[in-house]
Design a protein around this ligand. Structure first.
Ligand SMILES: [Zn+2]
Length: 436
């Protein structure tokens, strides 16, 4: 009988767990559906961009892009004073190599080359490929590179036909990246670039939701058609205008072996020109194309409801990520009793309204008691020394994120008639000593 009850408790605990976990795993079923559906080149996009430094609000520094047909007329604008000051202060030319549409097998070779050269880069990944190649996505992070969101499937008609579809793909990809790598990224690159794809509504919605949208100012031309040879990629790069900050568009998706081949020479070229290599961070001012006067697409305006949905999602994920980050940095909780020690890692205990909460099962079993489920009355009972010392109704049961039934440690120990004899709680040390 006892054993059956224990099984029932396990089942109940697992059930609580499922409730908790269910909310965040729903989307994965579609994961592997579409592969390698990346469409025509970003390179075909006309490019008229402005740098938008985050720290200084000032006039943009407009430059002309080499490729693309319907370029808007543009003029060179002298950097404003504040930007000049920033440049002088930094006094270091920086190139951000960016790789779009992966991860794929080619990403592994790109990572090998970057490792050999000792440089960092940025990968704007597709959600579907992150789920298809999770190990490579993890490797990007493990080797110190930046990861950004490049939508889920890269299909222009869907993404730019309706903002709601675009936003869905942004959210789905954020989840895929976060669940796979543990990184919550706010870096974003629009498939095809923003020019003639984004209207002001898209820009505003993304900004409201906290994303930083990065276009580029050097197009390697590696995706203007299939199989652009490495030599041509290198020629295009060398023919591109230099500036103090360069964001170079490259591709690491399947079929881009020539980009991999060209990479060592590209790196050598920028080194010879005195550039330092860096990854894009939240502090890097995005290079952004201007909103085009005329879009490639006809679509409805972005609605407030759509913006709110994306914003709420984004804030929730950021909150979740920072809580997880904070928990990681917390010390373990050590409970001493005689020679015995119960060690709970950060995440295995929590603080709620100033009280330390732990798993009821762990605590009870560690002190030598047991848990029983009173199915008839819907209670969880804790027994200690042959007595029922604690009884929780279903309304009183609290569960952790992992679905464990948790209780405030001090209140629970009082029920067991075990005294806390010493208590240390600070940022470095969290220990409790109990009476025997
Ligand atoms: Zn792309």
């Amino acid at each position: 009988m006892r054993r059956m009850l224990k099984v029932a408790i396990c089942a109940m605990i697992m059930w609580f767990g499922l409730i908790e976990l269910g909310s965040f795993t729903g989307d994965q079923s579609n994961a592997a559906k579409e592969r390698e559906t990346v469409q025509a080149s970003e390179a075909a996009t006309a490019a008229h961009y402005e740098a938008k430094p985050l720290l200084a609000a000032h006039a943009s520094n407009e430059t002309k892009q080499q490729s693309g047909k319907d370029q808007p007329a543009n003029t060179e604008v002298k950097p404003s004073d504040s930007e000049s000051a920033e440049m002088a202060e930094a006094n270091q030319k920086i190139v951000y190599l960016t790789f779009d549409d992966g991860p794929s097998k080619n990403t592994e070779q790109v990572l090998d080359i970057l490792k050999q050269e000792g440089i960092s880069a940025t990968f704007f990944v597709l959600g579907e490929h992150v789920l298809g190649q999770p190990e490579i996505a993890k490797r990007i992070i493990a080797e110190g590179h930046a990861i950004g969101n490049h939508t889920y499937d890269h299909k222009y008609e869907r993404l730019y036909g309706r903002f709601s579809e675009f936003a869905e793909q942004v959210m789905k990809t954020d989840k895929a990246i976060y669940q796979t790598t543990g990184v919550r990224t706010i870096l974003f690159r629009a498939p095809g670039g923003t020019y003639t794809n984004f209207d002001q509504g898209y820009f505003d919605a993304m900004a409201a939701a906290g994303y930083q949208v990065h276009d580029w100012n050097v197009d390697s031309g590696d995706s203007k058609r299939q199989g652009v040879p490495a030599s041509e990629i290198l020629t295009t790069i060398k023919g591109s205008k230099l500036a103090s900050k360069l964001s170079v568009l490259l591709h690491d998706s399947a079929g881009h072996t020539e980009s991999v081949k060209a990479l060592p020479a590209i790196i050598k070229y920028y080194k010879s020109k005195g550039y330092a290599f860096a990854k894009i961070t939240d502090e890097v001012a995005p290079i952004q194309f201007k909103a085009a006067g005329k879009l490639k697409w006809t679509r409805a305006h972005v609605t407030k409801t759509e913006i709110t949905k994306l914003t709420q999602f984004s804030e929730k994920l950021s909150r979740e990520s920072s809580l997880a980050q904070a928990a990681k940095n917390e010390p373990e909780l050590i409970v001493h009793r005689g020679e015995g020690k119960l060690v709970l890692k950060s995440g295995e205990y929590s603080i709620t309204s100033g009280a330390i909460e732990v798993s009821l099962r762990k605590l009870t079993e560690w002190v030598g008691g047991s848990l029983l489920l009173d199915v008839e009355n819907g209670l969880i009972d804790a027994y200690y020394d042959g007595n029922r010392v604690l009884s929780l109704t279903s309304k009183e049961i609290h569960t952790s994120r992992e679905g464990q039934v948790i209780v405030p440690v001090r209140a629970a120990l009082q029920k067991f008639e075990i005294q806390i004899t010493k208590y240390v709680y600070n940022d470095q040390q969290r220990e409790i000593w109990l009476s025997e």
